[in-house]
Design a protein around this ligand. Sequence first.
Ligand SMILES: Cc1cc2nc3c(=O)[nH]c(=O)nc-3n(C[C@H](O)[C@H](O)[C@H](O)COP(=O)(O)OP(=O)(O)OC[C@H]3O[C@@H](n4cnc5c(N)ncnc54)[C@H](O)[C@@H]3O)c2cc1C
Ligand code: SF4
Length: 495
Amino acid sequence: MADPKGFMTTPRQEWARRPVEERVRDWDEVYVPGALLPIISKQADRCMDCGVPFCHDACPLGNLIPEWNDLVSREDWKAASERLHATNNFPEFTGRLCPAPCEAGCVLAINQPAVTIKNVECAIADRAWEEGFTPARPPERLSGRTVAVVGSGPTGLAAAQQLTRAGHTVAVYEKDDRIGGLMRYGIPEFKMEKRHLERRIAQMLAEGTKFRASTAVGRDISAADLRARYDAVVLATGATAWRELPAPGRELHGIHQAMVYLPLSNRVCEGDLEVSPLSAAGKHVVIVGGGDTGADCLGTAVRQGAASVTQLDIYAQPGAERDEDVEPWPTYPKVYRLSAAHEEARDLRTAPAADADARLFAASTLRFTGDAEGHVRELHLVEVDARREPVPGTDRVLPADLVLLALGFNGPDQEDGLVDQLGLVLQPRGTIARDDGFATNVPGVFAAGDAARGQSLIVWAIAEGRAVAAAVDRYLMGTSQLPAPVAPGDRPMRV
Ligand SMILES: Cc1cc2nc3c(=O)[nH]c(=O)nc-3n(C[C@H](O)[C@H](O)[C@H](O)COP(=O)(O)OP(=O)(O)OC[C@H]3O[C@@H](n4cnc5c(N)ncnc54)[C@H](O)[C@@H]3O)c2cc1C
Ligand code: SF4
């Protein structure tokens, strides 16, 4: 804390976003390049270096936030990078994508805007790459043990990096043609450019991690074969079995799952396709589902040139301030948030019929109707109360040529046969069951991330990846020095 009065003299200032009209014409990240560094040391100076730093507790990675805030305020970037990477393998991912539970838990947030922790993290991570503070760290000696990691999302990548650096020979199996999990084909380029992913993959390759893309375990290689070839297996297969909307008219053409729509758009950015076969260009788009996946569809549809875009949320519009009785500080509250995509939709007035930005709150889909060719043309909805009962007289019809379903996910996709082939025990909600040490019912097979926890966040995925690596290392070597930031039963802070 270079300035002990920083929190009283410096107002919160966030990394500026580019003007809406400019950024919706490209797929680059929404932020103004180079605008973070000039402001970030003063922002880090707002940190009070609390005796009990709740920011640290609110982060599943246990990030050493007051330490790196202090180092950034003193412009000691190298030491800041060391402290940041001590707890987080991929801070450039979380620095861009995390909803920042640390900021909701910041002590300053009790009566002032929180420290811009996420921006500080991103600034350190980017600076570390620019200055060469993050070289590949191959192990000094090999253990002679082998590990297969199934799935290359943030869980699998974090587990693989930890285990490789600990000296094990690690191969990551991925059924998609490229590495990265949901960060590759789910999350759009405007939230995180894929070059950040490529840079980490190159680092991991240089450290000795092997990648086997386009290889579905259970289909291209049997689970038994994999188990026989490796001393341990980590299942980090995610939770991508999507929820359906069993409404009349669902079978009409033009109604698609978000995770069918988003990967096609990401493939355009990767250069695989010239245009998306599911482009929103010139169409009236309705997104069913009020979460982050829905917001990603919104930003994508806006960039594709949709005629209108509306997002439906079954929940009532949350307030601007946290409800202290229900979600007191330092928990992560459900409040009205304006993501970059919502800001774009609001400024461009993509949904004239919506209550706020592009969203219609407390809206429940009744049915779809189509044209003579069997293509969807309208979505019928009704307002619902807190018990999700329809409010009489509130029926509405929206024009809809493209409907995107973003209703969340149930658990791991079981299409590849991996679960059956291994004889894995599942939880009632479809996720992979495991004990307190991340071990499944099959000896030598461990499970982590969304596949076992259910749909979560990248910060939890990285924390789980680090923790499962410690468990596997202990299984292979009898003891482990690797950190385990979370246990399988840990959950976000709640009252
Ligand atoms: C559209 C969208 C946007 C999101 N945005 C954010 C965000 O902004 N911030 C945030 O914190 N979180 C976000 N999330 C959530 C976050 O992406 C996930 O919580 C996180 O990616 C989970 O990591 P994971 O490694 O456990 O699983 P995943 O990222 O799902 O990776 C699992 C991988 O396993 C592979 N796989 C599955 N089965 C097999 C098999 N049999 N053989 C080989 N490979 C297999 C899959 O192809 C996949 O690549 C978002 C999720 C979605 C869907
Ligand atoms: S809670 Fe906020 S003010 Fe306190 S140490 Fe953490 S970031 Fe700094």
